[in-house]
Design a binder for this molecule. Structure first.
Ligand SMILES: O=C(O)[C@H](O)[C@@H](O)[C@H](O)[C@H](O)COP(=O)(O)O
Length: 245
């Protein structure tokens, strides 16, 4: 696991964009495809807008990129709370990605179980597998209590062994969501966690230096079988880390 601390969100976002470009170019060179799952929340907004700038846009063959989301709120795609809407506004609408490569979660579908199954099937078709899709990169955030994607403390989703995507109801509004499960996240080749802000310093310290207690701190459940985990923190979120990284 690699942990890097940055003095501000601008520097962190540039490093995250450079990391994504590197992984994308390696994946496209190796397999002609780069599969990326985005998170929601506010932390990645600067990263996403950077990737849409000319200096970054020109470094990736976006026609070979497949975009998914690791979680989505059960709201319409044009709702201010939609993770799809945020990423589309600041990044995707400005990139030459074929529309059919942008796989938003059908989270506003009334039957959320059917929506979870449909999204899983769409993923498997895109990856050309009937096994667990292995994302090249899943970018995740973390909440102040250690949730990631929409995996929250003490919820049954943390113990899900079969499904890859599932409906949940969570304490952070809007409560109804679809989320990747630990089984799918832990199949990824690269995980990039972004966490900023002093309100996350307790959770960052607990997740990175505390005992393993993923029911308390769901971000600890992320330990890919064959993949690498990278954390990018600002100094505020790293405030409680004992060891210098
Ligand atoms: O849909 C969501 O809410 C996100 O996927 C969630 O997991 C987010 O990444 C964290 O809550 C951090 O959010 P911030 O970046 O806004 O702190």
């Amino acid at each position: 696991m690699d942990v890097t601390i940055f003095s501000d969100v601008e520097q962190l976002s540039r490093a995250a964009a450079d990391y994504i470009v590197r992984v994308a170019r390696e994946a496209i060179a190796a397999r002609g495809l780069f599969t990326l799952a985005l998170s929601g929340g506010s932390t990645p907004k600067k990263l996403y807008s950077l990737l849409a700038t000319e200096s970054y846009r020109s470094q990736i063959d976006w026609s070979k990129v497949e975009i998914f989301w690791s979680d989505e709120r059960c709201v319409p795609p044009d709702d201010p709370e939609s993770n799809y809407r945020m990423a589309n506004e600041v990044m995707l609408s400005k990139l030459p990605i074929p529309a059919e490569h942008i796989h938003s979660m059908p989270a506003d579908q009334a039957d959320r179980d059917a929506a979870s199954v449909a999204y899983t099937q769409e993923m498997k078709r895109t990856f050309g597998t009937d096994d667990v899709p292995q994302f090249d990169l899943i970018q995740l955030g973390m909440g102040p209590e250690g949730h990631t994607a929409s995996l929250f403390p003490h919820q049954p989703s943390l113990r899900e062994q079969q499904r890859l995507v599932m409906p949940v109801s969570v304490p952070k509004p809007p409560p109804d969501r679809l989320t990747f499960t630990p089984r799918l996240i832990n199949a990824a080749s690269h995980i990039l966690f972004l966490a900023t802000g002093a309100e996350k310093d307790e959770a960052v310290g607990a997740v990175l230096e505390g005992p393993y207690q993923s029911d308390e701190y769901p971000a600890q459940i992320v330990h890919p079988t064959h993949g690498e985990v990278t954390w990018m923190l600002d100094t505020a979120a790293a405030g409680k880390l004992r060891k210098q990284k």
